[in-house]
Design a binder for this molecule. Structure first.
Ligand SMILES: Cc1ncc(COP(=O)(O)O)c(C=O)c1O
Length: 464
C-alpha cells in the first residue's frame, strides 16, 4: 500500500487512515488499500480495472467486510446473552442470491419484506426456519407462500391475523407480532410516546386484545414480539428502552398462557456516511441490547427468550461502493462546477429521495489532494439528479473512475430503470477475485416485457 503525505487538503488515500474494526464505522470497506499505480483496491481488486472489465457504473461489494460484520453481530449477541440468539439480515437493504447465501453461510437468518424477497432467499438456499416475513400489507398469496415454506410470519395487522387463521388449519404457522412501541427515532433524536403515527404494526393499546385473540386461536403458533424503531440510529438508549417495553409484552403474553419464545428488537444501527457520523460499533451495540434484554427479563421474572436482531444497513452499507466513469464537466462561473458521471438517481435513489449525503474520491488518483469543491451530477433528465452537492475532489478528467462510498445498502435495492438506463452490474470481491453477482441489464432486457399491440406494429416506423 502506498500512502502519500497529506498535503493541504485530504486526498483519497486519507480515507484509508480512518478504517476501524467495525465495518459500520468506516467510510470504506475494511480491505481498501492503494496500490503502486495509485489506484484504490478493494478485496484485492483494482477498482479502475474492475470498471474496465465489468463496465460502468459498477456496484462493488467486499466479501470480507460483510463476513466480518455478520460475525461481530453473531458473536456480540452470543457472548453477551445467556439465552439463545439469532441475527437475521434485513435483506431489503440488498437482496440478491449471492448476498442471501453469503449471510446464511455466516449462520444468519433473513428478514424478507415481500414475496419477491422471500422467493430470492429460498432460491439462495436459506433455511426457511431462519426466515422472518415482514410487511404491513402482505397479500393472501404472499401469506400462502410463507405457509408453504414454513417461515415465520411477523403479523402486522388484524386482516393478516384473520387471513392466517383461515389458512392455518393443518399448518400451525409460526406467528410473531409486530407492535409499535411508542419509541420514535428520526435522525439522532428519539422520543417516547404512548402511540406512534406509523403504518406498521399493532398499536400498543391493542396488545391485550391481540394476545387474547391468539390465545383463542390455537392453530396459530405464537412465538413472540417484534418492534423496529427506525434506522440510522446512533444512540444506544432507544434500544435499551425498547428491550423493557418488549419484555413487558412478553410477560403479559406469558400471564395469558402464551409462553414467550422469541423477542426481536429489529434493526437500526447507523453507519458512517460522512466524517460527522459516529455510530457505536456492532460490538458495543450488541452488548448493550443483549444486556438490556437480559436485565429486563430478570426484573420481569420471565425465562430468557431467544433474542433476535435484524440489521440491514450496518451489514452492507459501508461494505459496498459504486464506481462511475467521469464524463462531461460544466463550469458555471462564480457558482459551481458540475462533474457528470454515467449513472445517477437510477442506481442511487437516496440523494434525491432523502437528501442523503455521500463522500467520493477519484479511484485512479488516490494520492492527489482535493483541490476543488464540485457537484457530482448524474446523467438523468432531472435537475435534481445530483449524487453529491459538495464533493472535495482532485481535478477530475473524462474517463477517471469516480467512486461514491457507502452505497451498499439501499442502493441497488432502490434502483430503477429511469430514462431506460441499464441497471449496473454488481461484483463481489474477495482476495483478488471478482465474481459478478448481478449482471448488467441489456437493452434487450429493457424491452423484454414490453408488448407492441398489432395495430401499432403495422406502422412501418414502429416495426421492430
Ligand atoms: C422491520 C425492519 N427490520 C429491520 C430493518 C433494517 O433496518 P436497518 O437497515 O436500519 O438496520 C428495517 C428497515 O427499514 C425494517 O423495517
Amino acid at each position: 500500500m502506498v500512502l502519500t503525505e497529506t498535503t493541504q487538503q485530504p486526498a483519497g488515500s486519507d480515507f484509508l487512515r480512518e478504517i476501524k474494526d467495525s465495518p459500520n464505522q468506516s467510510l470504506l470497506p475494511l480491505t481498501a488499500t492503494v496500490n503502486a499505480q495509485d489506484h484504490l483496491e478493494i478485496g484485492g481488486c483494482d477498482v479502475t480495472e474492475l470498471v474496465q472489465i465489468f463496465g460502468s457504473p459498477l456496484y462493488i461489494m467486499d466479501e470480507h467486510s460483510i463476513r466480518t460484520g455478520c460475525a461481530q453481530y453473531r458473536d456480540g449477541l452470543a457472548n453477551n446473552y445467556s439465552g439463545q440468539s439469532l441475527v437475521i439480515y434485513a435483506s431489503k437493504a440488498l437482496n440478491c442470491l449471492a448476498i442471501c447465501a453469503l449471510v446464511a453461510d455466516e449462520g444468519l437468518g433473513i428478514d424478507v419484506a415481500s414475496g419477491g424477497e422471500l422467493y430470492t432467499a429460498l432460491q439462495a438456499g436459506v433455511d426457511p426456519k431462519k426466515i422472518y416475513f415482514h410487511g404491513n400489507n402482505k397479500s393472501r398469496a404472499e401469506l400462502e407462500q410463507a405457509l408453504a415454506c414454513h417461515c415465520t410470519v411477523v403479523a402486522d395487522n388484524w386482516l393478516e391475523l384473520k387471513t392466517l387463521a383461515e389458512l392455518a388449519p393443518g399448518k400451525s404457522p409460526r406467528v410473531m407480532l409486530r407492535i409499535t412501541p411508542g419509541i420514535e427515532c428520526h435522525t439522532h433524536e428519539y422520543i417516547r410516546t404512548g402511540h406512534l403515527d406509523s403504518k406498521f404494526g399493532f398499536d400498543p393499546n391493542q396488545v391485550e386484545e391481540v394476545l387474547n385473540l391468539l390465545r383463542n386461536t390455537p392453530s396459530l403458533d405464537f412465538v413472540g414480539v417484534h418492534a423496529h424503531i427506525g434506522s440510522q440510529i446512533f444512540e444506544r438508549e432507544p434500544h435499551q428502552d425498547l428491550a423493557g417495553v418488549l419484555v413487558n409484552w412478553l410477560k403479559r403474553a406469558s400471564e395469558l398462557g402464551l409462553p414467550p419464545q422469541e423477542l426481536n428488537v429489529g434493526g437500526g444501527l447507523g453507519i458512517r456516511y460522512t466524517e460527522a457520523d459516529d455510530p457505536p460499533s456492532i460490538g458495543e451495540w450488541t452488548a448493550t441490547v443483549a444486556q438490556a434484554v437480559e436485565q429486563a427479563c430478570q426484573q420481569a421474572q420471565i425465562n430468557l427468550p431467544k433474542l433476535i436482531c435484524e440489521p440491514g444497513r450496518s451489514l452492507v452499507g459501508t461494505t459496498g461502493v459504486t464506481a462511475y466513469t467521469v464524463g462531461s464537466c460544466k463550469e458555471v462561473p462564480e457558482t459551481r462546477t458540475y462533474i457528470a458521471v454515467d449513472g445517477g438517481m437510477s442506481d442511487n435513489a437516496r440523494p434525491i429521495t432523502y437528501e442523503s449525503v455521500y463522500r467520493s474520491l477519484i479511484a485512479n488518483k488516490m494520492s492527489q489532494a482535493g483541490t476543488e469543491t464540485v457537484s457530482v451530477a448524474g446523467k438523468h433528465c432531472e435537475s435534481g439528479d445530483i449524487l453529491i452537492k459538495e464533493a472535495l475532489l482532485p481535478p477530475a478528467e473524462p474517463e477517471d473512475t469516480l467512486l461514491v462510498m457507502t452505497t451498499g445498502g439501499y442502493g441497488y435495492s432502490m434502483a430503477s430503470n429511469y430514462n431506460r438506463l441499464l441497471r449496473p452490474a454488481m461484483v463481489l470481491v474477495h482476495e483478488g477475485i471478482a465474481d459478478v453477482i448481478i449482471q448488467r441489464k441489456t437493452y434487450q432486457d429493457l424491452i423484454n416485457h414490453d408488448r407492441l399491440p398489432e395495430r401499432l406494429s403495422s406502422n412501418p416506423s414502429t416495426t421492430l
